[in-house]
Design a protein around this ligand. Sequence first.
Ligand code: SF4
Length: 67
Amino acid sequence: MFEFGGVAQGGNFGKERDARVKQWIYHKLNYSQQQYGSFGCTGCGRCIKSCTKGIDVTDVVKKIQTV
Ligand code: SF4
């Protein structure tokens, strides 16, 4: 059975939690800007409500802004 981020032949591009969060943030806020000129996140908050680990996209962005 594949773990989160698992691909064929046993690879996993997102094995560590910080790598998965980084990919999520870059996908929503960086790559989408580069590719489409707009954010991939509307700020709807559904992921905040449903995340079983309590990850809040707004907290992540606030932490990035203070770095
Ligand atoms: S806030 Fe909404 S649009 Fe943004 S990442 Fe979460 S579910 Fe997706």
